[in-house]
Design a protein around this ligand. Structure first.
Ligand code: SAH
Length: 486
């Protein structure tokens, strides 16, 4: 049998609260080390004739002290740990010798051979901390791994750990068997209580948890309960899905999706999840909102984790509010995860900023989908100067909409653009004026979904989307800033 490869270092976490620590040096590297020490409660003394600006984080902390000179040998007495971060080799050597003589563990920045210990890359979700070391083989690899962990471990994991530690004893009391406790915590962390903690609602999480413990005490088992995630998936480019959305997409037992959700995004949903299409097209009979609401309630009541995926942001013309009303009425736990709304995605990917100091100080979001075909908009509010108007669901009424702008007093030369299938590989941008846009859009045979942007900011596109050929009005999309080459 092959022997396990030798571990290069002993991974340990050192207790530093109220213990003396020394930093030698006044530059960035010294500042970072001082920061770590201060954060874990050590009594830190920094020796340096001068402290650089990077010390601003720690400078005024009560457990930080600056001595404005180089250290003398007896300065190290009693200190347990010493970071040397100076490029002055003589000082490095002298400080190291003195620190070792005082019995401290020493780390010399960028000199692995002179170190008693190394500084790992860390992911801090205190009280949960992950430390990564490559044993000096490749710090870059360590940092890359750290970046990956940062993205997959929700920032709020620490809150979850805090919550567990608060309730640990009560759970132990209510559940004598270890197997039962383990199962309890797994269910809690994976379910609505864990989600509440992760989304920042610690009070709700704690209240639910207390109730759940009581339930187990009385009934000997947990309440089976599903939940609903109302998640904004962004306008189409799967890269615009948030980390939180992705996590919820990966947990779902069943997903309800509609026409706005493209294949790229659907590919991110847990493969085993059951898929239910509740889509509607403008010309379809709309699936009544109440039916979707009732379906969400039924599935969640069966104990499932139900993902309701919405294009863009769930509360932006998405009827997200209506869908969760039913959930609230039935006491089904739910959470709402925001998404990049279509206008914001279109703006970035078409190189049209929605506000700009020289053009627009405001932007309004409206829907151009009139009830019974009639456009019902507050024109006084829309036609304010120095304001951009982003119109959702306006493609089918485009002709009438652009005409109405002019009838109501806007200049026929006012720049306007349509971004069709924004952020997707088939994005098209049509640029014109209120007078010309409808005809150009017709010629471009747009299929939707599209966003209409009206305002002088549209003229900035030539400057800001360097890929957009200035001479052409219809440009196939490449996100601003990418060069479109494979
Ligand atoms: N909740 C969604 C909007 C739903 S209303 C959001 O926040 O984006 C549907 C309208 O959104 C469409 O008619 C269209 O105007 C717009 N829309 C959605 N996705 C789009 C996309 N990828 N490109 C352009 N417009 C889009």
């Amino acid at each position: 049998m092959e022997r396990a490869a030798a571990m290069r270092n002993l991974p340990i976490f050192l207790e530093m609260r109220d213990r003396p620590a020394i930093v030698v040096g006044g530059g960035v590297a010294a500042a970072r080390r001082a920061e770590f020490l201060v954060r874990c409660g050590a009594r830190v003394t920094a020796f340096a004739p001068e402290l650089g600006e990077d010390f601003f984080e720690v400078r005024d902390r009560s457990n930080f002290r600056h001595v404005a000179r180089d250290p003398a040998p007896n300065d190290f007495e009693g200190s347990q740990i010493c970071f040397i971060a100076t490029e002055d080799h003589r000082l490095q050597e002298a400080a190291r010798k003195a620190a070792k003589a005082a019995g401290a563990l020493v780390n010399v920045a960028d000199q692995p051979r002179l170190c008693d210990f190394i500084m790992p890359s860390i992911v801090d979700r205190s009280p949960l901390v992950i430390a990564i070391s490559t044993g000096g083989a490749s710090p870059i690899l360590g940092r890359m791994l750290r970046a990956r962990l940062e993205t997959i471990i929700p920032a709020a994991y620490g809150r979850m750990a805090n919550l567990m530690s608060r309730f640990r004893e009560r759970v132990a009391e209510a559940m004598p068997s270890q197997t039962m406790r383990r199962r309890f915590w797994e269910t809690v962390l994976e379910g609505p209580i864990g989600e509440a903690a992760l989304s920042g609602d610690e009070r709700a999480a704690a209240a639910h948890l207390a109730r759940e413990i009581e339930h187990v005490r009385e009934h000997g088992d947990m309440t089976p309960r599903g939940e609903v995630y109302l998640v904004g998936a962004g306008p189409g480019d799967p890269d615009l899905v948030t980390f939180r959305a992705l996590r919820l997409m990966q947990k779902a037992d069943v997903v309800l999706y509609d026409r706005l959700i493209g294949e790229g995004v659907m590919n991110l949903v847990r493969r085993e999840a059951e898929r239910i299409y509740v889509g509607k097209r403008p010309e379809d009979h709309e699936l009544p909102q109440e039916e979707i609401g009732a379906l969400l309630v039924r599935l969640a009541t069966e104990g499932k984790r139900v993902l309701r995926l919405k294009g863009g942001d769930p509360f932006m013309f998405g009827r997200g509010g209506e869908e969760i009303e039913a959930l609230a009425a039935h006491g089904v736990p739910f959470q709402v995860c925001p998404g990049v709304t279509a206008a914001i995605g279109a703006s970035a990917y078409a190189g049209i900023p929605l506000t700009h100091r020289d053009h627009a100080q405001a932007c309004v979001f409206v829907t151009g989908h009139g009830k019974d075909g009639k456009i019902d908009l507050d024109w006084t509010a829309l036609l304010q100067p120095r304001q951009t108007v982003a119109i959702y669901m306006g493609l089918r009424n485009l002709e009438a909409l652009t005409k109405e702008f002019v009838v109501r007093g806007a200049s026929a030369d006012l720049p306007a653009a349509i971004v069709d299938n924004a952020t997707r590989v088939n994005q098209k941008v049509v640029v014109g004026t209120l007078a010309t846009l409808a005809a150009k859009a017709r010629a471009a045979e747009l299929r939707g979904p599209s966003i209409l942007i009206v305002g002088t900011v549209v003229a900035l596109r030539d400057k800001l989307d360097w890929y957009a050929p200035a001479a052409e009005d219809v440009a196939h999309a490449v996100p601003a800033g990418e060069n479109g080459k494979d």
